[in-house]
Design a protein around this ligand. Structure first.
Ligand SMILES: O=C(O)CCC(=O)C(=O)O
Length: 271
């Protein structure tokens, strides 16, 4: 008997972030998530953007990053437990001691309805254009996890540009790929197109949650979206802070894969 759910209702939280102001950002996230869950019934999972605790205050990350999920993820765990909701915690700057050295990662934590951390992903492709490589340590592995029995994957922002990485994750039979981001102008066209293309080529749902607002000259266009496995954009936000709640119909995946079996037609013997 297949106990997998046929749909999952997500809340995409598109917000602005104040670089370096961790306490303000945490309070804002907690308030937005609480309000969303109080106003909208039956949300299965909440999704946040990239690096929402510190923003891109890269020079101070060693001081202001979470310490292995403390305090930001610990607060979200309590919220998840209280509301009985899954949280895809976007990503945060997170420090850890590795072989005696403190390293800071751009990390996504996945929290289940009991408040347990069920997965952690450290951004693998650091974005050199914004000097991430100077201040952050790259992750070394991909991550998949189950949300209420539905297999999912996660990548962060710039990772979206690496189709071979995402194909490898998709081959784990994921149904939904989450993409938390702080993707700025002027590359908003790339953001939209790449989310759509990754959905089409892998025949999966892609859920991108971007930052809105601006930091100095850098403008974040929002445009968080849900793309179905045929590449149709089911919902999409504009450039303002906002929340969308949307149900994903997972039956679409099977239907599309039956109609056009690209996984069966792959030729890994050649490439
Ligand atoms: O790939 C891009 O154009 C944006 C990537 C980015 O801003 C990031 O990874 O933080």
């Amino acid at each position: 008997m297949n106990l997998q759910k046929n749909s999952i209702k997500l809340a995409l939280i598109q917000i602005d972030i104040e670089d370096g102001k961790v306490e303000d950002n945490l309070n804002k996230v907690l308030k937005e998530v609480k309000q969303t869950l109080e106003k909208n019934k039956h949300i299965d999972a909440v999704v946040l953007p990239e690096m929402w605790n510190t923003g891109y205050d890269l020079k101070n990350l060693d001081k202001i990053a979470d310490n292995m999920g403390n305090p930001c993820i610990e607060n979200l765990r309590e919220l998840a437990r209280n509301f009985g909701v899954n949280i895809i915690a976007g990503s945060i700057a997170d420090k850890r001691k590795v072989e005696g050295k403190t390293k800071v990662y751009n990390s996504s934590y996945i929290i289940d309805r009991r408040g347990e951390i069920i997965a952690r992903y450290d951004k693998v492709h650091l974005f050199r254009l914004m000097k991430e490589d100077k201040f952050l340590t790259a992750g070394e592995k991909m991550a998949t996890f189950e949300l209420d029995g539905i297999k999912c994957g996660i990548v962060i922002c710039y990772d979206l540009r690496f189709p071979e990485f995402i194909r490898k994750i998709a081959l784990e039979d994921i149904k939904i790929l989450f993409v938390p981001a702080q993707w700025p102008l002027p590359r908003d066209k790339h953001w939209r197109l790449l989310n759509i293309v990754r959905a089409i080529e892998n025949q999966i749902y892609v859920v991108g949650v971007n930052r809105a607002g601006r930091q100095g000259n850098v403008i974040f266009p929002g445009a968080s979206l849900v793309v179905d496995p045929w590449g149709e954009v089911e919902v999409e936000l504009d450039d303002k802070e906002a929340v969308i709640c949307h149900s994903l119909s997972l039956n679409k995946i099977e239907k599309i894969r039956r109609y056009m079996p690209v996984y069966d037609d792959r030729r890994p013997d050649i490439y």
